[in-house]
Write a protein that binds this ligand. Sequence first.
Ligand code: SF4
Length: 695
Amino acid sequence: MTGRSEIRSTCPYCGVGCGVLLSPEGEGGLAVRGDPEHPANRGRLCSKGLALGETVGDDGRLLAPQVDGAPAGWDDALDLVARRFSETIEAHGPDSVAFYVSGQLLTEDYYVANKLMKGFIGSGNIDTNSRLCMASTVAGQKRAFGTDTVPGTYDDLEEADLVVLVGSNLAWCHPVLYQRLVAARKARGTKVVVVDPRRTATCDIADLHLRIRPGTDVALFNGLLLHLWEVGALDEQFVRTHTEGFEAALSRASGSDPAATGLTRPELAEFFSLFARTERAVTVFSQGVNQSSQGTDKVNAILNCHLATGRIGKPGMGPFSVTGQPNAMGGRETGGLANMLAAHLDIEDARHRSVVRDFWAAPRLTETAGLKAVDIFRAAGDGRIKALWIACTNPAVSMPGADEVAAAIRACEFVVVSDMFADTDTARLADVVLPATGWGEKDGTVTNSDRTISRQRAALAAPGQARPDWAIFADVARRMGWADAFDYCKPAEVFREHAALSGLAGALGRDFDISALADISDGDYDALAPARWPLSATRTGGRFFGDGAFFTPSGRARFVAVEQGDFAALRSPRFPYRLNTGRNRDQWHTMTRTALAARLSRHLAEPYLQIHPGDAARLGLAPADLAEVSGPDGGRAILRVLVSADVAEGAPFAPFHWTGETAAAARIGPLISAATDPVSGQPESKGAVVAISKF
Ligand code: SF4
């Protein structure tokens, strides 16, 4: 039940997508509590969600457009943006411009930006910080299923007898989902296995913690596949009827040595046996899998094991990707990645392009994928990208090779930043800065990790002249000459168009079809309750693939033959450590919002390097010393030493939250190499090679 003045919305942080109830109070204040009726959290919130009310207000906000650092009117600023983009495209072609957007944009924002770039400018050059988050899952799922489809639901974690968490510190990074798992474990005795080189808070509930050697997940799951075959634990009927490529995957798996994981034979045997004998098994995977130069193969190694056992799309069974960002999934639905079209359609498929081209009446729909995140900034640095629009993200801090990224932005001829905040590391480098509304002020939808679409609703007035991102993109599109196609007045209009396009995708036999919502009235959009797709009741339990029907041309799922990469080769005598990076429990990304709630900094107040006692002794580091961490590309960070056996020898850990504003010497982004997965383009953010010394 909502109180009389409470407004239903969703939390803007992680991919769990918890429902919140907002009550405006005082002047610009906001009280926040968990929404007991939201299916993701049923009233629960974590520390970050509970502190949301302390993060609103005008402090640090960008209140008016700026051109070259001086205040400007909206008309002048938008005219300039439209003119510079149009002139650049005229002179150098559509691929000379790019948008870099964010998994924190709402679906309506994403839809308009993607339509403008792919359909009207005519380039695929729109990518998102979701590329750093879950692009390997997208690529792995498309390889196996033919679409980027999450098979299961959150309920599966509660209906499973075994939950395997791979590269996921669920307790800190998806806390409410973790709370649901803890409750289920108490109620039904769910076994929990954590696969992580680091002993994290999630290990508190682990029956088995596999301290895998960093980067060796493929060897582990190839070993599991082989074991399942050897002990006769395959679902042979499912494999025969609904899949292809099993023999090749098994043959490749038999060439893998599980000893590469560094795990003991008894540890491997215990895990393999537990998985083989537990029908209701869910494998949750997150950034420890995705953020790797072999991320896509890791994803497919996991999917292979679920396909081999037919444990997919049934209650309590399946591989399950949890996204880091609140709307990574909504972005994927609109095609907001450089290699995707809208509505989960494929850019490389002429029939799909034709459907989108006709629907949008697009003058020059792109026919090829665009540059992915890392490549966009490389192209900005070497002059191929001449006009760049960065929306709702701070790549000068958060991208791998952040110093080179900052230099590339500086070198780019024309840079637009639309953001809530006035003085971010990236905004300082822009020619035009446009004030955007943020969480609590804007209206639209987001999709969480289990495909549930929820409304974000405005509870506060927009500060200053801030405007929603979809409206800013549409205004520029109109000025570039496409007034009819971008004639939106409200987010409901954008949503209806997005839903209608998904119906055409559904008619092509694709997974994403929310066309039942294409005709909803403004009032129904305002009142829209959380809705998980597929919306049709024919898909029982809201899952995919339990019926063995996949979205490949043959209708069968594809096993992908994968082999373990040689991560040891990445290290060198000069840079002998492999730095793992991640989040703190109470902080989010580059802390632009969470730093506003003082109590969230009490948990872990300063940047730190968690390092094994053996490494610390060798380096002469004592607890609370300062360590200098340096990388081969010139990155350098000074971090407080935290000696702990929770990390493995040679594999220290550092959180990535601090920025130029909060602790310039503790920026982790410059230490991360721009090496990417060859399939997904996702960077190796979990394995920077570094040197460490006493500062
Ligand atoms: Fe927000 Fe995620 Fe916490 Fe839920 S679990 S309150 S979505 S940060």
